[in-house]
Design a protein around this ligand. Structure first.
Ligand code: DGL
Length: 279
């Protein structure tokens, strides 16, 4: 088990921000990444569809003999995490709980901003968890659907990015939250632009960093850490356009990517009935 890779997936390139942090924390672990580039974005899709996609990818990662699954997508974590945990015997980690814990680390935090895709915000996954852990916490959640395409088009430093952020973060400028959760794996690339708008003192919670911390803890708790005597390897799979994935993805990863393979996960038999329940 210990020598097996860590499986990580996202709807596309965003989860590479999580891979970057896992690699920084665990240089010796092997990683297999799947980006569902044929079906991105997930943020505008329905719950049954997102669950089906997430299960197809999990089955693919299982076939690659991974030792854990990291759902490096806030949308899939919000809508499919419990479902996946019921479908696989592997440990499954999402990005929401690590981000929520980090936001509430200081007892002084009483007003938390959350920005993410429409599906993540509509699920209220963050709002419910934050309020469960801190009853007097006020949560201001905002869907920011234009930010994912802006990041994917490499427009993070542009006037368009600034205008979109001004529009979405207007409420936070007027009354800054104690912490702002970047509830989408694409958003860490906008950190600098967000800081320029909301001020350098704002606590920006990057779920990628926090998730990497949780991966370290789960591997240690389950005693499935990989051997430390060699550098970890990486394999990248996508459901469409490997070359585009490499071009768009390298800034997310912060370095050149190795080979990218194409894999059509929807060809797998999931054993699900027409309504999406296991049969
Ligand atoms: N990476 C996804 C997330 O963290 C956003 C992109 C999408 O809509 O698929 O929610």
């Amino acid at each position: 088990m210990n020598e097996r890779p860590i499986g990580v997936f996202d709807s596309g390139v965003g989860g590479l921000t999580v891979v970057k942090e896992i690699r920084a924390a665990l240089p010796h672990e092997d990683i297999i990444y799947f980006g569902d580039t044929a079906r991105v974005p997930y943020g505008s899709k329905s719950v049954p569809v997102i669950r089906r996609f997430a299960l197809e990818i999990t089955r693919f990662l299982e076939s690659q003999r991974v030792k854990m699954v990291v759902v490096a997508c806030n949308t899939a974590s919000a809508l499919a995490l419990d479902f996946l945990r019921r479908q696989t015997g592997l440990p499954v980690i999402g990005v929401i709980d690590p981000g929520v814990r980090a936001a509430l680390r200081s007892p002084a935090v009483k007003r938390v901003g959350v920005i993410g895709t429409r599906a993540t915000i509509r699920s209220e996954a963050y709002q419910k968890r934050l309020q469960r852990l801190r009853q007097d916490c006020r949560v201001i959640a905002k869907a920011c659907p234009l930010l994912v395409p802006i990041v994917e088009e490499n427009l993070v430093g542009s006037a368009i990015a600034r205008q979109a952020l001004e529009m979405y973060l207007d409420e936070f400028r007027a009354e800054p939250p104690d912490a702002l959760i970047l509830a989408c794996t694409h958003y860490p690339l906008l950190k600098q632009a967000i800081r320029e708008l909301l001020g350098p003192g704002l606590a920006l919670i990057d779920s990628a960093e926090e998730t990497a911390r949780e991966v370290v803890e789960v591997l240690a708790a389950r005693r499935i850490e990989g051997p430390r005597d060699r550098p970890g390897t990486e394999e990248f799979y996508v459901s469409d356009s490997p070359e585009v994935f490499r071009q768009v993805g390298e800034p997310f990863l912060g370095r050149p990517m190795g080979a990218v393979f194409e894999e059509h996960v929807w060809k797998r038999d999931l054993g699900l009935g027409p309504d999406g329940t296991p049969c």
